[in-house]
Design a binder for this molecule. Sequence first.
Ligand SMILES: *Cc1c(COP(=O)(O)O)cnc(C)c1O
Length: 382
Amino acid sequence: MPRPISVRIDPSALAHNFAQVSHRAQQAYAGHGLVPPRFWAVIKANAYGHGIAPAVHAFQAADGLAMLDLHEAIQCREQGWTKPLLLLEGIFSAADAELAAHYGLTIVVHTAEQLQWLQHSKLSQPLPAFIKLNTGMQRLGFDASDFATAFQQAKALQQQATLGDLGVMTHFARADEDPSTTQQQMAHFNQYAAPHSSWQSVGNSAATLNTDFPQWLQPNVQYWLRPGICLYGSSPFIDLPAETLHLQPAQTLEAELIAVQHLKAGDQVGYGHTFTATQSMRLGVVACGYADGYPRHAPNGTPVVVGGIRTQLVGRVSMDMLTVDLSAIPHAQVGTKVVLWGHGGPSVDEVAQASGTLGYELLCAVAPRVPRFVLAEENHEK
Ligand SMILES: *Cc1c(COP(=O)(O)O)cnc(C)c1O
């Protein structure tokens, strides 16, 4: 028998989350008299650890899918996705342009080198492209002073049928926590990028879910929003749990107890003896460790559900195991189910917060050695 640990992916939760998020944004945009937004469902990093294939099927209602890796885009085409696919970092070499054209991809152009590679390309079909403005994140995008020139060069490439439709794009640095920064970034975008095209892409999950965001947008613009994390049932906001946004967990990491220890007062647990029993207690040993993607920094007290009852981690997480307090769970024994996060367990955001990280990192990091099961789509048992 394989080690008793698995990760379960629920496509119905992915589909539910997309419907929830898109409905919320549609309402907010209608309330501000804006054009109904369209949606790139972001599926980079193997769909935030959920797998490309289930994501492609669950996000059928999206207008397009966005990712970084060419091979993930190709997988989408192989799964039968015929709508747009966006390479969020564009091409990494001249040769990528031909492949992108072959698979009918849309690209981001964010740097002068990419324009040069495109100048030397003879493509089977023009590539639709978003020209990206750096509005203050200082990561990808042309600065305001270079943007008009870059857009002119893109137009020249459009004339020679290397590029197709041209849009404009930016990315927000603090949409999850500081509206005034987003407002400034949007003002910058409206000034320098928006005049070039009414096909515009802004907005990660935090901006998509923020119902105040549309007040900084312009009428008669076709916005393509780019939600990622919220589609996977994790909240982009530190103070707003996913369930208050009506999001459902789509990834459940579960394992079993493989041993039970009986401690007496004073016994110390695990590497570094970071937990000391204050009274006699039962301790469960779970078949999940940091080599499975569970965060090693999860401290004593991190929530976990054992046999349907919420309890806590005690002692340091080791490579293949972690240990939990069974004081309140007398029925727990070898073979009892443990939910580390997801459906029937703590939320991934709770575990992340306890461990000083984000749901993003945990969802993406489940190790390849953990067997993955995709639930049947009709499974609506919640
Ligand atoms: C990852 C990413 C997104 C999605 O961000 P979330 O916070 O997961 O919603 C959107 N746009 C770009 C450019 C990204 O890289």
